[in-house]
Design a protein around this ligand. Structure first.
Ligand code: 5RP
Length: 229
């Protein structure tokens, strides 16, 4: 009998499969989180073997990793086009609706994903859900506006809680904002929730990525399966 791959092995399998979508000359969006980290490491091996691509990073951590592996990284301020973005997700729902931002990089991740011609999700099978909402939805907010935004989120029926760093201090994103992790419960209409949150001034971005992913590569005991929207 075949042994089930560990969650981490599954992440590597999905990340490896995503290399098929990276072609010479491309500008590649580099996601954040453990699965995206596997992808960046594998891409680094390809670059060291001669593949010519340039990366654009969705977080400081991913940028530092890419640079350490010799992947040429474009300065975000000069980028105008992205061919493919490869990133992980916290939940993958129907029609490839996603919750992202567990690693706190949702703003840059969404900028990269929205500009990319292809947005490929890499994940282990545990991330696939029938309804989004078990994972708390991250909402990035301007620090100054946090109490007002928090109250508005509560009036929408969400239960926000300010994210803390490992040392107990407030978690601050790469762009200098707070994150409110919002318990939402099962989402029947993610589009409505996304629009309501988006309408609150002081919200910088939220972790619902709707109608963005062009495919998801999901790895589990039976290999890597491809989901399309
Ligand atoms: O959105 C993200 C970071 O902001 C990550 O892609 C998401 O949290 C999944 O992470 P992992 O691959 O470690 O499970």
């Amino acid at each position: 009998m075949l042994a089930m791959p560990s969650v981490d092995d599954a992440k590597v399998m999905a990340a490896r499969k995503s290399l098929e979508f990276v072609k010479p000359g491309m500008v590649v969006g580099l996601g954040s989180g453990s699965t995206a980290t596997h992808f960046i490491r594998l891409l680094g091996e390809q670059v060291q073997a001669g593949l010519k691509v340039r990366g654009i990073a969705s977080s400081q951590a991913s940028e530092e990793l890419a640079v350490s592996l010799g992947i040429p990284v474009i300065d975000f301020r000069t980028a105008t086009e992205i061919d493919v973005a490869i990133d992980g997700a916290d939940e993958v729902g129907p029609e490839l609706a996603l919750i992202k931002g567990g690693g706190g990089a949702l703003l840059r991740e969404k900028i990269v994903a929205s500009a990319a011609k292809q947005f490929v999700i890499v994940a282990d099978g545990s991330k696939v859900v029938k309804h989004l909402g078990r994972f708390p939805l991250p909402v990035e907010v301007i620090q100054l506006a946090e109490p007002l935004v928090r109250h508005r989120l509560e009036t929408l029926g969400l239960k926000p809680s300010r994210r803390k760093a490992k040392d107990g201090s407030d978690y601050i994103t790469d762009e200098g904002n707070f994150i409110l992790d919002c318990a939402c419960g099962e989402m029947n209409d993610p589009g409505k929730i996304a629009a309501e949150i988006r309408a609150i001034v002081g919200v910088v971005e939220h972790g619902l990525f709707l109608h963005m992913a062009t495919r998801a590569l999901i790895a589990d005991g039976s290999g890597v399966r491809e989901l399309l929207p």
